[in-house]
Write a protein of this length. Sequence first.
Length: 94
Amino acid sequence: MVLRPMTAAEVGDDLLEGFERHQVSDAYYRYEAGRLELRREVFIDDWNEEEKQQKIARMRQCLEEGGALSGAFLGNKLVGFALMAGPVRQGGVA
């Protein structure tokens, strides 16, 4: 597996084609009023094509605003990614 930064030129409409996002969660943390709070709620995250296109649009917007996108690749296939809202600078968030 190769982890590397991605550019806006790599974020095509077909970027998430074949990408499987399925996650079942029963709890999550939320930052509110200056502290982390544990929330118990069951939800299933299972992206359809419309949701994948929404994620691609968000990636483009984030990169345009100075954010960063990193991808995990097996060969040429994207198998994971992390999107960080910007502006991001070398060594940390601006």
